[in-house]
Ligand binder design. Structure first.
Ligand code: XBP
Ligand code: MG
Length: 265
């Protein structure tokens, strides 16, 4: 059997819960700065998140809610410029330290690194957002822990297309069977499975709870997978008896290795 050699992390929702109080605010600040009366409310943003990628999301919003704005000359440059403003706003927001890493993320990264596993990122967000998040929410040297940062427009088809995972695997020069992927959304699950990443852990985030994660090997509240006290046992943990070998409690390397064996064994 192929040994486990690398972990591939999604970013938004997985490393940190960035959407509601990060990206969404940054989009709204950019709209304001550009003199637009657009406002992405909490619920509207939930709808818009079905479309991955900020530029793609802005265009989708315009098609649905502001079709008249599609007529403006230089539409592509307009969207690009608006998205650049949004990225600047998002980077500034990250700089305030407002967005922390999710529970267990730093612990697992440190354990994996100490054990000699390779680390990679596969995300639809803009590369500078990834670096800044790692620096500000983690540590100034955290970006260097990742051998591959596959992000944004490196591929033309974003999640749920598998392209960004294919790209990360090709940069790692590893087959999918050598990796565990960690995601938070149905779009991410589809993308990872599409690239053959069957050893897939899902930690749903604010906007993705309740989505369809069929095909994932394990779904847990967070990487800390704290035991719940409900009658059905651990809150949010998969109850599939076939997965009992995964054990309970924090997702550490031992559990990921067991999950990897079960997925490909
Ligand atoms: C999340 C996304 C991104 C962010 C916004 O992707 O869909 O588009 O919402 O980032 P993932 P940009 O969970 O794969 O990291 O505006 O930089 O696209
Ligand atoms: Mg995500």
């Amino acid at each position: 059997m192929q040994a486990l050699e690398a972990l591939i992390f999604d970013v938004d929702g997985t490393l940190a819960d960035t959407e509601r109080d990060g990206h969404r605010l940054a989009f709204n600040r950019a709209f304001q700065e550009a003199g637009l009366d657009w406002e992405w409310t909490l619920s509207l943003y939930g709808e818009l998140l079905k479309v991955t990628g900020g530029k793609e999301r802005i265009l989708h919003f315009m098609r649905q809610w502001r079709p008249e704005a599609l007529e403006r000359p230089g539409l592509e440059a307009f969207v690009r410029g608006l998205h650049q403003r949004k990225t600047a706003q998002y980077l500034a927001l990250l700089g305030t330290g407002a967005i922390p890493l999710r529970p267990g993320v730093m612990r697992l990264l440190a354990e994996a690194r100490a054990a000699g596993l390779r680390l990679a990122i596969a995300t639809t967000t803009t590369p500078e957002n990834v670096i800044r998040l790692l620096e500000c929410a983690g540590s100034p040297t955290l970006p260097t822990w990742f051998e591959v940062i596959a992000a944004g427009d490196l591929v033309s088809a974003k999640k749920p297309a598998p392209d960004i995972f294919h790209y990360a695997l090709s940069q790692l020069r590893l087959p999918a069977e050598a990796c565990v992927a960690i995601e938070d959304s149905a779009n991410g699950v589809q993308a990872a499975l599409g690239a053959g990443l069957k050893a897939l852990v899902v930690t749903p985030s604010t906007y993705t709870r309740g989505e369809d994660f069929s095909g994932a090997a394990l779904v847990v509240d967070s990487l800390e997978a704290i035991l719940g006290d409900g009658p059905d046992g651990p809150a949010g943990e998969s109850r599939d008896p076939a997965k009992a070998d995964e054990g309970r409690g924090p997702i550490d390397l031992a559990r990921l290795r067991a999950l990897h064996r079960r997925s490909y064994g």
